[in-house]
Write a protein that binds this ligand. Structure first.
Ligand code: FAD
Length: 482
């Protein structure tokens, strides 16, 4: 049997990898290939934090492949040219890959499939990253869902495939491996080293993803329903970057939660399990929306928001990005993001709301910053998260519902531990004032070593005034006179 090329993209794992398993079953040598095709990503080229992750994930994948007698072939350039060259050089007659759902990736895949099939190459495409294909989920009128609850209710009537097993033994390779680019030559790592915080927080790769899932289901899942909104503790799975890069699949997560229910026969066995799978369901919903509404990364799903009178202020945007807004919970989140490439979901909602409502800066500016700084930056989930917060997406929080960052902080970070961790200049303020230092008496501030405007900024806007201005802008948009 001639060789099969497996084109790996956002499926950087061996287990539950249908393309890799099918290539193995086909017989003959298997060539796992990763192509760094930046232009093929269209307008949404990987940001700095995801490039860092990708570098390390590719390194780990190569190690895993070498352990089974194979290796990862790396190449850089347009995918069509690289694949054509590889087919010629290796005599391979088949190319298998797992599906992606970003609009640019879909366009590229369609063109590639046509080109390869016309050349007599066997092409097979699989689902490796979703529980349910977006085309398989439709409402009663045959249309895509735009509201989460009925979407998820419908999904739960559908069967979830079991993960594809990974048999022991070697993965057969070719007698002569084609040339591979050096990982370092892909230039994924930044020239200036600002990634120490990422390295201290994360371990990319399939093994780390599986370990994280195991530890999470063992130690945290039961408390997830109650603690998932608390940014001061590790109450969530932190699987999002692993899921984005396909180091683990949602099918594996589903199966792990199901396994826990085996003894009791009830699935999911706990409220924690149920709420956790519902969050995985939000990821499915994000992909469903991106697939059916492919313009949403750049345009609001609700067209009336195209006329929203967004403000432009490079100086205010910068303060938000740097975590210098004067609202401690917002600043803590933005600094956690900068340092670790990740931010707790509750805090993502708070900082995003602050940008689009208190500052009235477009959600697109926020989405672009997240895109560059998140290790889990994901076109589907990022678009959903920003449009949801801005009120312009499917099943979104209404724009007029404006988070009060002080109350959010007091509710979800009651002791102030999260703020103290990321905004150390407020470290000695008591819980009473940690979320509103401007309200503290001068003696309290002095005892905590804080002078507002010096160690820590004054709030850049007054909540009440910003709220009124946001509501006025929203009403102007609705009245059609921005
Ligand atoms: C403004 C904004 C931007 C966001 N951008 C991204 C992004 O670029 N990439 C990303 O993966 N998530 C994004 N999210 C969703 C969510 O914040 C993260 O998925 C979550 O914080 C990841 O942490 P976790 O893995 O511990 O989640 P857990 O609570 O452990 O949830 C398990 C998994 O479910 C999925 N999930 C959970 N919540 C959501 C959600 N609201 N929407 C979609 N999927 C979800 C994730 O894949 C997550 O890993 C964004 C949310 C907001 C409000």
């Amino acid at each position: 049997m001639s060789a099969t090329i497996v084109w790996l993209r956002q499926d950087l794992r061996l287990r539950d990898n249908p393309a890799l398993s099918a290539a193995r079953q086909r017989g003959g040598p298997v060539l796992p290939v990763y192509i760094w095709d930046e232009a093929g990503e269209g307008a949404w080229r990987p940001g700095a934090a995801t490039r860092w992750w990708l570098h390390h994930s590719l390194q780990r994948l190569d190690v895993s492949l070498r352990a089974v007698g194979s290796r990862l072939v790396l190449a850089a350039g347009p995918a069509d040219e690289i694949l054509s060259t590889l087919l010629k050089k290796t005599g391979a007659t088949a190319v298998y890959w797992n599906r992606r759902y970003e609009p640019a990736a879909i366009d590229r895949d369609i063109a590639l499939q046509a080109m390869l099939t016309a050349a007599g190459v066997e092409v097979k495409i699989f689902n490796a990253s979703l529980l349910f294909e977006p085309t398989a989920v439709r409402n009663k009128s045959g249309r895509p869902f735009q509201v989460f609850t009925p979407f998820w209710r419908h999904c739960q009537t559908l069967a979830v495939d079991a993960p594809v097993g990974w048999p022991a033994g070697k993965l057969p390779g070719p007698a002569r491996w084609p040339e591979s680019v050096e990982l370092a030559d892909l230039n994924l790592l930044p020239r200036l080293n600002w990634t120490d915080g990422l390295a201290a927080t994360w371990q990319p790769g399939e093994a780390a993803a599986l370990l994280r899932l195991k530890q999470f289901t063992r130690h945290t899942l039961d408390r997830y329903a109650d603690e998932r909104n608390r940014p001061d503790i590790a109450g969530t799975s932190a699987l999002s970057p692993h899921l984005h890069f396909g180091e683990i699949s949602p099918r594996q997560i589903w199966a792990a939660v199901r396994e826990l229910s085996r003894a009791g026969g009830v699935f999911p066995a706990s409220r924690g399990g149920q709420v956790f799978l519902t969050e995985v369901g939000w990821r499915e919903f994000a992909y469903h929306l991106l697939y059916h509404f492919p313009r949403t990364p750049d345009r609001p799903l609700r067209a009336e928001f195209s006329a929203f009178p967004w403000r432009k202020s490079a100086a205010q945007l910068r303060k938000w990005q740097q975590g210098l807004t004067g609202y401690p919970i917002v600043d803590a989140g933005m600094r956690q993001l900068w340092r670790t490439g990740w931010m707790h979901n509750r805090v993502r909602m708070i900082v995003a709301s602050f940008l689009v409502k208190h500052l009235r800066i477009s959600w697109r500016e926020g989405a672009a910053w997240f895109w560059d700084t998140l290790v889990d930056a994901d076109l589907a989930s990022n678009t959903l998260g920003w449009q949801w917060t801005a009120g312009c997406g499917a099943d979104a929080a209404p724009y007029f519902r404006i988070f009060n960052p002080v109350l959010q902080g007091e509710k979800f970070d009651a002791t102030g531990a999260y703020v103290r961790r990321w905004v150390p200049e407020l470290g000695r303020l008591s819980a009473e004032y940690i979320h509103k230092p401007w309200a503290a008496p001068a003696t309290v501030l002095a005892a905590a070593g804080v002078t507002l405007g010096r160690e820590y900024p004054q709030p850049m806007v007054v909540h009440g005034e910003a709220r009124v201005a946001a509501l006025t802008a929203w009403q102007e948009m609705r009245a059609g006179r921005p």
